[in-house]
Design a protein. Structure first.
Length: 322
């Protein structure tokens, strides 16, 4: 018998749990589909010289001698109890590694989102002020550039330009956390945040422009103009306020992507974030590191989307009636 959950929050929580389970299965299967294993990644070419008994002992040590179903549920059971696994290379628990890298990525995502909104929303207002004009075309060209230019290319160019013109390379110094050295931390975070923020500004700009143009065509906006309300007041109180929901939707989605999609930028700028942790785990075939870290990223993405849904009800009273 099919159970229908009518409460929207309970329904979203159920969907979130299903999504997390799907991510767990997918990342587990994809990791096992890659060539090689932890033994090969650890020993390299020396793995070929192992005897059958040595390989069997190592497989038992890494848990590779068990069936895949047993491996999956053993890992999932440990995760549900708070045990995310152990990095065999560093000897550090994945929980401790994630506790150190997740705040770094979260800080980078917040800075990138602020920069993206600071670029995208004003650019959308500027473009939408005169649709189908040269101003509009130039604004959309900037948005298209943000969508088209790869993050690794823009980051590499910025690094090269800063080193050549300013004699500054943020990768030359050891990474400083926000609590240890705020000034140095912001210097090291500025360029990667600009790269990600420029890419985020593009979808925000396009979404905000479309929303502003749609709201401007509504009757209540024309009525406000007809009553002689100041244009800036119409823009801020009527247009932007009613265009907030689609902008908030796009910002929430992009923020969730930044938590897991900043891998390339973190690698280019040597930022020890959670994306770089996944990349290094894949290179070293650290199954526990990759599986648990990706699951944490998926959990953050789901939580961001749930928070965005709750913000809808604060921003737009009409959503509360649904």
């Amino acid at each position: 018998m099919r159970v229908i959950v009518r409460h929207p929050l309970l329904r979203r929580v159920g969907e979130a749990l299903g999504t997390l389970l799907g991510v767990a299965v997918l990342v587990f299967v994809m990791l096992r589909a890659l060539p090689g294993d932890q033994i090969t990644a650890t020993l390299g070419t020396e793995a070929a010289a192992l005897t059958e008994r040595q390989r069997a002992a190592l497989e038992a040590y890494y848990g590779l001698d068990q069936p895949l179903v047993v491996q999956f549920f053993s890992w999932l059971g440990n995760v549900l109890t708070g045990n995310l696994g152990l990095s065999h290379r560093s000897g550090e628990t994945v929980l401790a590694m994630t506790a150190g890298s997740l705040p770094v990525t979260f800080e980078l995502a917040v800075l990138s989102t602020v920069i993206g909104l600071a670029i995208g929303v004003p650019l959308a207002i500027w473009s939408a002020s005169r649709p189908n004009s040269l101003r509009d075309a130039s604004g959309q060209a900037v948005g298209l550039a943000g969508l088209s230019v790869p993050a690794f290319l823009l980051g590499s160019v910025m690094l090269a330009a800063a080193a050549r013109l300013l004699g500054y390379n943020p990768n030359a110094e050891r990474f400083a956390t926000l609590t240890s050295d705020p000034a140095l931390n912001l210097q090291q975070m500025l360029m990667p945040a600009l790269v990600l923020g420029f890419g985020l500004a593009a979808p925000v700009m396009r979404t905000a422009r479309s929303a502003i143009l749609e709201v401007r065509s509504q009757d209540f906006v024309r009525t406000a103009h007809g009553k002689g309300v100041a244009p800036w007041l119409v823009q801020s109180r009527h247009v932007l306020r009613n265009a907030t929901v689609p902008i908030l939707t796009m910002t929430g989605i992009q923020f969730g992507y930044l938590l897991g999609g900043a891998v390339v930028v973190e690698q280019v700028f040597s930022v020890p974030g959670i994306g770089r942790q996944v990349l290094l785990g894949i290179e070293q075939k650290e199954y526990a590191v990759v599986q648990s870290t990706v699951l944490v990223i998926a959990l953050c993405f789901v939580l961001v989307n749930l928070l965005t849904d709750l913000l809808y009800r604060v921003v737009d009273p009409r959503v509360r009636q649904l």
